[in-house]
Design a protein around this ligand. Structure first.
Ligand SMILES: CC(C)(COP(=O)(O)OP(=O)(O)OC[C@H]1O[C@@H](n2cnc3c(N)ncnc32)[C@H](O)[C@@H]1OP(=O)(O)O)[C@@H](O)C(=O)NCCC(=O)NCCS
Length: 255
């Protein structure tokens, strides 16, 4: 990879991911994540089938690489009432056609890190969510020890609202995840007593559903050696960063 960190010659630009990005996109995912994504996922991304995406490229890269992805973010629109965070939204969200944007994957190749590229990609997603009148929030999961990503989301004003025990199962081990949320378009956490009560009820219901689903399906068997998470394609990276030494979420704000 050319053009190391901090290079003043980089000219980063952002654009939707397209079919010609397929190989590079697949390759970067393979390098950055311990989860092996199905090829259908990449096909959906590059063809924009139910997935929105942004890629980062460095226009100043030589040797015909100026249009090659060096970063990406992928996301999907979900119905608020069908999401696992319906209880974290204010009154109404369970009833109407309100939507959310769920970030699936985010990554920047190593030699282009700490240049603000991931921040810009996240900003694109927030801008996109804000442009959809029905959208109330952008949210995602992150594995509990991915300190760089956790710092990134906090910096981008996401709130850590939940810790999910054993959410990820990777190479035979369970890992917790944090759920981060960024409200848009007046979306907010429940605050009236009635809203809080209904939030608690729907949270408990979703807990019961998860237990029932586990009992029925014997989920663990289905988990591949690469690991999976309960929400398909959600964000995970177990590749430790140099600064990923401590694991804590002291700044987490719970709603
Ligand atoms: C996490 C990741 C996307 C960050 O990309 P990036 O382009 O380097 O991020 P940015 O330059 O926009 O950094 C923004 C903020 O994130 C945090 N951050 C980024 N890298 C960090 C690191 N190594 N250690 C601690 N904090 C870090 C900082 O708060 C930083 O703000 P600052 O520069 O003012 O300190 C990148 O490291 C990556 O691709 N990691 C592997 C894949 C991954 O973990 N994806 C996210 C899964 S949830």
């Amino acid at each position: 990879m050319v053009n190391p960190k901090g290079s003043s010659q980089s000219k980063i630009c952002y654009r939707p991911i397209r079919p010609s990005d397929l190989d590079v996109l697949e390759h970067i995912h393979g390098r950055l994540f311990p989860i092996r994504y199905e090829s259908a996922f990449f096909q959906d991304v590059v063809n924009g089938r139910d997935i929105v995406s942004w890629g980062a490229v460095d226009l100043n890269r030589p040797n015909g690489q100026s249009d090659e992805l060096i970063g990406f973010v992928t996301a999907r629109i979900v119905l608020a009432k069908e999401s696992e965070i319906v209880d974290l939204l204010g009154y109404d969200s369970a009833k109407s056609d309100q939507t959310l944007v769920y970030i699936l994957t985010l990554g920047v190749v190593e030699s282009y890190r700490s240049l603000g590229i991931a921040s810009s990609l996240i900003r694109e997603v927030i801008k996109y969510g804000s442009s959809i009148p029905t959208c109330r929030a952008v949210y995602l999961h992150v594995i509990s020890f991915n300190i760089s990503a956790i710092n990134l989301y906090k910096k981008m004003s996401f709130k850590c609202v939940r810790r999910l025990q054993g959410f990820y199962f990777i190479n035979g081990q369970h890992y917790d995840s944090f759920l981060f949320i960024h409200y848009v378009n007046g979306g907010r956490s429940p605050c009236s007593p009635l809203e809080l009560l209904s939030a608690m009820i729907s949270y408990m219901k979703s807990g019961f559903k998860a237990v029932a689903a586990k009992l029925c399906k014997n989920e663990v068997r289905k988990i591949s050696r690469w690991g999976k998470c309960k929400e398909n394609h959600s964000l995970v990276s177990t590749i430790p960063s140099k600064r990923n030494t401590a694991v804590e979420c002291t700044g987490c704000e719970c709603v």
